[in-house]
Design a protein around this ligand. Structure first.
Ligand code: P6P
Length: 339
């Protein structure tokens, strides 16, 4: 009967969040409304990304399609979709997008208490070759929506109320945490609903996959070089780890979350702050990994404790299975001790 109940008792993301929010009697459903608008944006982008394969018909960016319309690049289009969805939710007062140099202050009449930081289409350079890409987001609350300033968003990741991503791959998967664990939902295109398929995701304590762009090895800091060498030639005689690196953060993180292991975009001599953006790539993914029982380290400290000074600043990140990150930390500690 239990199986039967599942089939006819669809746990959609809206229902799931309503259940979660019912734990806070004072909540007036604002967060649920905000989330529904984020989900709407993801559904639109999922459909646009899937159609992107029909490039000839749609026309790539800068060209015109069969209707002679100027085609927008998918990441520009995705950004517009999310900005419009978030503003029309009436629940946001400040937006930071990877696509926009300046933060967006919502008109006072349309403001709500939430601040959303997002990368509307991360890894979009991979679209043409069909590699999975994704949307990444994080949610803060403003102290006072009518007096919101940039300081309200230049907050450490440990102040985030929620974070998540949507991966546009073989299926469309929405993974989110509101501070009580991590849950994964898969889009059922026939229903247009995200259904709970991965309840309470926990990352394995240890994994046998490491994920890093080895092409940067020439510029790596010593602890990273030593750690990666140990992955390939384990000193304790254990079997070497496997290297998996998609080059699309959402795909690499999703695999790490489900299979375990470690993902790194560390600092290197060329990019002392690494490449990934702190507010809308490093913080949301670090938040999710901690909520799933893993951890996220910058090479100096806990990623979520960093305080951003600029909305587009970068940060190194080493995240994944708890014990694997501990192992990297040991290499940093040893190299610090040796001076
Ligand atoms: P690299 C994609 O451009 C991206 O921002 C992330 O999605 C991905 O993890 C990273 O850059 C890949 O960078 O330097 O290894 O190509």
């Amino acid at each position: 009967h239990e199986g039967e109940a599942k089939r006819t008792d669809l746990m959609t993301i809206t229902r799931f969040v309503l259940n979660e929010q019912s734990k806070y009697p004072e909540s007036r459903g604002d967060f649920t409304i905000l989330l529904n608008h984020i989900v709407l944006g993801c559904k639109y982008v999922c459909s646009a990304v899937n159609k992107a394969g029909l490039a000839k018909l749609l026309g790539l960016a800068g060209e015109t399609n069969v209707q002679g319309e100027e085609q927008k690049k998918l990441d520009v289009l995705s950004n517009e979709v999310f900005v419009n969805a978030l503003i029309s939710s009436g629940r946001t007062c400040l937006l930071v997008s990877e696509e926009l140099e300046e933060a967006v202050f919502v008109k006072p009449k349309q403001r709500g208490k939430y601040i959303v930081v997002f990368d509307p289409l991360d890894g979009s350079s991979n679209i043409e070759c069909g590699v999975s890409i994704g949307t990444i987001f994080g949610i803060y609350a403003a102290k006072d929506k009518d007096k919101v300033t940039l300081d309200d968003v230049l907050q450490p990741g440990n102040r985030m109320l929620a974070a998540g991503y949507c991966m546009y791959g073989s299926s469309c998967m929405f993974v989110i945490s509101t501070g009580h664990g991590v849950n994964g939902f898969t889009l059922d295109p026939s229903l247009g609903e995200f259904i709970l398929t991965h309840p309470n995701i926990k990352i394995p304590k240890k994994g046998n996959i490491y994920s890093v762009n080895e092409g940067n090895a020439k510029n790596w800091e010593k602890p990273i070089t030593e750690y990666v060498d140990n992955c390939k030639f384990p000193q304790d005689g254990s079997s070497p780890k496997s290297l998996r690196y998609v080059g699309s953060m959402v795909a690499d993180i999703h695999r790490t979350l489900l299979y375990g292991g470690i993902f790194m975009y560390p600092a290197d001599k060329k990019s002392p702050d690494g490449k990934l953006r702190l507010l809308y790539e490093v913080f949301p993914m670090s938040y999710l990994l901690e909520q799933a029982g893993g951890q996220a380290f910058t090479g100096k400290g806990r990623a979520l404790d960093l305080v951003p000074k600029k909305i587009h600043e970068r940060s190194p990140v080493i995240l994944g299975s708890y014990e694997d990150v501990e192992h990297v930390k040991a290499f940093y500690a040893a190299s610090k001790a040796n001076g």
